[in-house]
Write a protein that binds this ligand. Structure first.
Ligand SMILES: O=P(O)(O)OC[C@H]1O[C@H](OP(=O)(O)O)[C@H](O)[C@@H]1O
Length: 313
């Protein structure tokens, strides 16, 4: 898919999910690099940098996106020619995509150990990392039941129940506001993540923090499944992650909204769950407490704080 089409597909959520958009961006950069005819090293790098900027501007919250772009483009300064730069991008993009897929498999194994035989699990939105844990538990023969939320306004819950049904997992589909009514039936909440901040808080689909609060009150375990490239280096330098707010028509049609000129629809699509409500974060490097987030960013990912600045990553 041409880069502009990938960027549009991410912006309009035809490609969605923090991991999927990261892999799509990596593949788009690789394919774009292959399509550039220029043999001039400087103009090639300039064009690839612009391509990275286009992809980065599509959605502001999922840190997987700028991290993937940074990982794919980071060694370009060492390139000796345009061809060399093209080779570096191909190698980095393929390695990123492979590592991302392997991370999901590892997370599935670790996450499945968090799920006991006979457990009832609640999940929110549509996270391939969270679903991988649930599917692996089922594959291991555990008797499980899942509660899946609807996820207004995009109804990603429909994608989730399709996957759960395909794996023959008994599922209850509920509206988002029914979580507290059922929370005492739940043994563990497993959600995905769009960003993990250095203070251990997790940014995920709107409604997650309400679920976490409910789980905390009910003493129900709350874990997140997050590949390490969802950890946000910039937060270690004191930056905050912008929360995407999408157009009001996604919640209320323009036709209805026009009748109520004093009403403004608010449509933030993510929220922040504080570390205090999180029992663990399942990463491909292990099940960690939220307090380990800074160490994942600096020790595991090896991000150099001096590189972190406006627009860097
Ligand atoms: O990477 P995986 O685990 O698939 O998904 C992580 C998160 O990305 C999604 O965002 P959106 O639906 O693109 O707004 C959801 O918030 C989901 O929990």
């Amino acid at each position: 898919m041409p880069l502009i089409r990938t960027a549009d597909a991410i912006r309009t959520m035809q490609i969605r999910g923090a991991g999927r958009i990261a892999r799509a961006a990596a593949a788009a950069l690789r394919d774009h690099a292959a399509s550039i005819e220029s043999s001039d090293r400087v103009s090639f790098i300039k064009e690839m940098t612009q391509a990275g900027d286009i992809l980065r501007s599509t959605r502001p919250t999922a840190v997987s996106l700028p991290n993937a772009i940074h990982i794919v483009l980071r060694d370009l300064k060492n390139a000796t020619s345009a061809d060399d730069a093209r080779g570096i991008i191909t190698k980095n993009a393929d390695a990123f995509i492979r590592a991302s897929e392997e991370a999901i498999q590892t997370i599935a194994g670790i996450g499945a150990r968090q799920i006991g035989d006979g457990d009832t699990i609640l999940t929110h939105c549509n996270s391939e990392a969270a679903l991988a844990c649930i599917i692996e538990a089922k594959r291991q023969g555990k008797e499980i039941v899942v509660f899946a939320t609807e996820v207004r306004p995009w109804n990603q819950g429909l994608l989730t129940i399709e996957v759960l049904n395909r794996h023959e997992i008994e599922t209850h589909y509920i509206v988002d506001s029914a979580v507290r009514a059922f929370i005492n039936d739940i043994d563990i909440v497993i959600a995905g993540a769009d960003a993990v901040c250095s203070d251990g808080s997790v940014i995920n689909k709107i409604g997650t923090s309400q679920i976490a609060l409910s789980a905390h009150e009910a003493r129900t375990k709350m874990v997140f499944a997050a590949e390490t490239y969802k950890f946000a280096p910039r937060t270690l330098a004191g930056y905050t992650i912008p929360i995407e707010e999408r157009p009001g028509f996604e919640v209320l049609s323009d036709e209805i909204a026009r009748k109520y000129p004093f009403v403004r629809v608010r449509n933030p699509v993510f929220d922040i769950t504080p570390a205090a409500y999180i029992d663990g974060i399942i990463t491909e490097t292990g099940l960690i407490p939220p307090s380990y987030a800074p160490s994942v960013i600096s020790d595991h990912l090896g991000w150099d704080l001096s590189l972190i600045g406006d627009g860097a990553f």
